[in-house]
Design a protein around this ligand. Structure first.
Ligand code: ARG
Length: 265
């Protein structure tokens, strides 16, 4: 069973615009975002997982999306957020990982790196999205740091559609060998790299727009933002159980199930 980190949503809000989904005139409905967050949390628990909840921080509305960093074995590499609005989040995340027994390894702040938003493991391959938030240069630094820790192969892929600014908005590994993805989010070269590295199930633009790729895969259970009927069916035919979770309030901020949870064990 997994151990999952979440951050409580009491300070979540749309206070600035740093991605095309965010519109400060479309505020979140506080009680509704709390309800949606709680449903996701309770779904993890009902599936037998453990959830550790970090406190939210006033003035950091996006900390609810736990884009904290990348974790490999017992080492945590914190994010270096691109936008100043999110930069203070890193110290809270580092604090949590430190006090939970992880080693912290920072990469130089000049390298923009958005952690779990842009890095997804499929077995020992780490897919690394760059182009909007994380930089290609950061990829070299992560590669170097992980190389010293184990046998990870970092696979950099370029993102080109600003709606899908983080890798986890358009790509979701199911296991070591298969992933579903929205092809339009990737450069041509990135598409061919992906094809060489993993078997791919495409999703269409409508369903990608419902954040279906922003899903959490826990064995045969997939927690996915509600409404993506086609990919749900495809995955069910492969033996997965897809649990649809309403995520409308968090999609207003540009994130959903996957951004709200970080698997730490
Ligand atoms: N508003 C946040 C931002 O733009 C959303 C982050 C979503 N996180 C993710 N892993 N996709 O940074």
């Amino acid at each position: 069973m997994a151990k999952i980190l979440m951050c409580s949503p009491e300070f979540f809000d749309i206070q600035y615009e740093i991605n095309p989904w965010m519109d400060i005139n479309k505020k979140t409905e506080k009680s509704e975002s709390k309800r949606q967050w709680q449903n996701l949390h309770d779904k993890f628990i009902s599936l037998g997982h453990e959830v550790s909840v970090m406190d939210g921080v006033e003035g950091l509305p996006d900390i609810v999306y736990v884009d904290c960093g990348v974790l490999y074995k017992d080492t945590f590499i914190p994010s270096n957020f691109l936008y100043p609005e999110r930069q203070p989040e890193s110290e809270y995340f580092s604090e949590w990982f430190k006090s939970n027994g992880f080693k912290i390894r920072n990469i130089d702040k000049i390298y923009n790196f958005e952690g779990h938003g842009d890095t997804l493991f499929a077995g020992e391959k780490l897919f690394f999205g760059y182009g909007f938030r994380s930089s290609i240069e950061a990829q070299f630094k992560i590669n170097q740091a992980l190389y010293e820790l184990g046998k990870v192969k970092v696979v950099p892929v370029e993102l080109i559609d600003s709606r899908f600014y983080h890798l986890d908005t358009c790509f979701c590994p199911l296991n070591e060998t298969e992933a579903f993805y929205f092809p339009g989010a990737f450069s041509e070269k990135a598409r061919s790299i992906l094809q060489d590295e993993i078997n791919l199930i495409p999703v269409d633009e409508d369903e990608a727009g419902l954040f279906c790729c922003n899903a959490v895969v826990l064995g045969k259970d997939i927690l996915m933002p509600a409404g993506a009927r086609k990919i749900k069916k495809t995955l069910e035919n492969k033996g997965y159980q897809v649990h649809e979770i309403e995520m409308g309030e968090f999609i207003k901020g540009g994130g959903a199930c996957k951004c709200l949870s970080f698997i730490v064990d």
